[in-house]
Write a protein that binds this ligand. Sequence first.
Ligand code: TXA
Ligand code: MG
Length: 556
Amino acid sequence: MHTLYFDLRDTKGQQKEIEDKIAAAAKILREGGLVAIPTETVYGLGANGLDGEAVQRIFEAKGRPNDNPLILHVTGQQWLPRYCRDVPPIAYVLARKFWPGPLTMILKRKPVVPDETTAGLDTVAMRCPNHPVTLAIIREAGVPIAAPSANTSGRPSCTSAQDVLEDMDGKIQGVVDGGPCTVGVESTILDLTCEPPRLLRPGGLPLEDLERLIGHIDVDKAVTGALKEGEKPKAPGMKYRHYAPKAPVTVITGAPEKSAREIQKRITATSGVICFDEFAHLFREQEVHTLGPSGDKLTQAQRVFDALRTFDNSAVTEIFAQCPDNRGLGLAVGNRLKKAAGFHVIEADSERVVLGLTGGTGAGKTSALRAIESLGGTVIDCDQVYHRMLTEDEDLRRDIHNAFPSAFTRDGVLDRQKLGQEVFSDKERLAQLNEIVYCHIIPELRRMLEEGTGDLFAIDAINLLEAGVDQLCDRTVAITAPAELRVRRIMVRDGITEQYARLRISAQKPDEYYRGKCDLELNNAADSPETFESEAREFFQRLIETVKEEKQHGTV
Ligand code: TXA
Ligand code: MG
């Protein structure tokens, strides 16, 4: 097959010529052919998303497994109700703010969308790309365009028309060249069919931007780590080992100076290195591809696939990659590098261990925290942090003020008691307050950890998991205890009646909840706080060893 090349890099030139090319590409698509199209994230391999047979050809050209659904590309939110049912209002809120742009929303599908596009799922992925040429092509074609990234399955995504030709020349009807992609990593995928919404794939739109608009978002496990055998991610594509160069990749996380030093310790003359610009001079003997300056995640996103792709034609025996932190676009860049590494990740900061502790009243969290302190650890009490922020953090105060104006006096002083009363018996208001607090407390905790010294930290939070504090922790531990023991302990501790003690315990989440959500459980059936504290010390000592071991030698 001859692959037509449509050069649309310059859209300011001859309008007639441009329109003709757009019309030609749209015609091929309408008639069931395949055309690679530019988007701001990566190039897509497009077909008419309503034509099952055309979509099937995408899978053949890419060698893509059939169980991996495609994204439908549209020109705006007005297309949502054509292909999706029960569209929640939040989808329109998001579309208004972020479309066109690197956000894909998972919604319930209507039957007009063929099974080939959604791989038989009851949901469909919707995105409005921010590229004038592709928007014009979709408008002209008059159908939504199903398009996965235009690479051969398993190879890095294509960020230029040349990359596409490398993989697809002779296999598809056309390639539209719209210039290099400005974002460089694929769109962020957000599942809106669950509550709270769930991040299925980090991408060109940072998680923080989404959370600022719609509050807390759960992060799917497949984003941050390898899945265990038999575990299924919600985005089927996340289970595949993508973007893998031929040589095995090891990702080194941690502060850039530390990760560079760690790579230096490990390399040989035949190693390849992906690093930030500042550190390239350390690897003169090796083949090096740089990601851009360590502080510039925009450039890192643009270059990450290029760096991986370039190693495909190289004879290196192994590749070490520096990795940005998880903030902003760093989550997406890090995710692509880690996926290329099959999540073989080593932490340069391997000495430091952060534990998250949670559990109900009377279970023994205080003793467990004392055990951490006796091991030289620093305890961060989220409740205290919150109270400090209430007086010091202007952004938090402003957000609370906007949502709860009546909890403030006329001169803008927060009346905590009033705030407490307002949320005490109103679940929705409480959820609203929590949402605001969680959004602000995570960056603050992160800052405290970064600025803190020492190798051991324990973060204590009753809402550890709901608040998303677990993302800062190496392990989360549920402190639990037999119910009868808890009743007796809090009766003695707080001087309350048995009835009241039972009431307090039953108002909290049961142990099973914490057990199910945390990585580990520490059960306190000891007959004195001292005994439990020493049991806890041993437990944590073993745990810290395991975590450090894992960080030094890599997970998986
Ligand atoms: O930026 C992008 O999103 C690019 C450009 C071309 O738009 N497209 C892209 O498509 O990255 P692709 O096919 O390489 O990745 C789509 C991901 C896959 O992981 C797939 O499993 C997931 O989206 N996906 C598609 N439909 C889904 C659905 N209904 N539910 C969950 N995940 C879905
Ligand atoms: Mg892809």
